[in-house]
Ligand binder design. Structure first.
Ligand SMILES: [Mn+2]
Length: 284
């Protein structure tokens, strides 16, 4: 079972008595980056922590996975993060005994900030039953290719609307798409410099023990931190051919994800349309 926890930007994976709660893109310390530019916003971490505690209370997970970009400052550790990140994880650890982090592109030097009990997994993602999760800034492992469901984050997906007055508003969304598994596998193997012959299926089986599905479901998670900007998925700027190139991250760019027919859902579960329809709502 895989389901978004409405109205939170969080996903619950369930099997038997196990309940794995997945959240992504907290970007703790984003306000510290503003201070470098002379804009002083008080720490927003208590708000993020409050929301997280509410979420944990409502779905009682047996473990948690942080799907990348726990912190904001990319390589260095900003002043606020020295205090906020350890405090944050100490508090969460009291509620959930097993916590795992899959590092994203913002998570350089994260390890010294985490309590010893927090486990850091590979930045190439992990597999939970039939669900492969990876942050999205880098290629996942071949093992995730055999999963029926792929879950990624990183782009902080948004839909832009134009109201009758002409103002542009954006809302965070979940994006649900179909992935052409063979096309994705070919792109990943090419990246790994593995020559793909005529039989992709047996190559994957022999080399990685992966059984390829004809297609898989592909879900892009909204960021847990609601103060962030994100990628507007219904932009109309570029021609059809280069559309997938406008996305960030190698998997979205390789053309294996059917973005045009992808469905967008608000955090409360409201279906707002597919990406192709939504493109008519914005001018650029
Ligand atoms: Mn990221």
């Amino acid at each position: 079972m895989i389901k978004p926890v409405r109205p939170f930007p969080a996903l619950l994976l369930e099997r038997d008595s196990e309940r794995v709660l997945v959240v992504a893109d907290l970007h703790i310390g984003w306000e510290a980056a503003l201070a470098d530019k002379g804009v002083h916003v008080p720490s927003q971490t208590p708000k993020i922590l409050d929301k997280m505690l509410q979420l944990i209370k409502s779905c009682k997970p047996t473990s948690m996975v942080f799907l990348g970009d726990v912190k904001h400052a990319i390589m260095k550790v900003a002043m606020g993060e020295w205090r906020d990140i350890p405090d944050f994880f100490e508090t969460i650890s009291k509620e959930v005994s097993k916590i795992q982090v899959i590092p994203g592109n913002h998570d350089g030097n994260l390890e010294p900030l985490l309590p010893k009990t927090v486990e850091i997994l590979s930045s190439k993602g992990a597999v939970f039953w039939d669900v492969g999760v990876f942050h999205g800034h880098a290629w996942p492992t071949p093992e995730v290719l055999g999963c029926r469901n792929l879950v990624t984050a990183h782009v902080h997906p948004m839909v832009a609307f134009r109201d009758p007055m002409g103002f542009r508003i954006t809302r965070q969304v979940w994006v649900k798409a179909t992935c052409d598994s063979a096309k994705l596998a070919e792109a990943l193997l090419k990246h790994m410099h593995i020559k793909v012959g005529t039989n992709l299926t047996s190559l994957l089986k022999q080399s990685f023990g992966v059984t390829l599905k004809s297609s898989s479901k592909f879900l892009i998670m909204p960021s847990f931190n609601e103060f962030l900007g994100g990628q507007t998925i219904n932009k109309r700027k570029l021609g059809i051919k280069s559309r997938s190139r406008t996305f960030i991250g190698p998997v979205l760019r390789c053309g294996s994800i059917d973005i045009d027919n992808a469905e967008a859902y608000l955090l409360d579960g409201t279906f707002v349309g597919n990406v192709e329809q939504l493109r008519s709502l914005v001018k650029s």
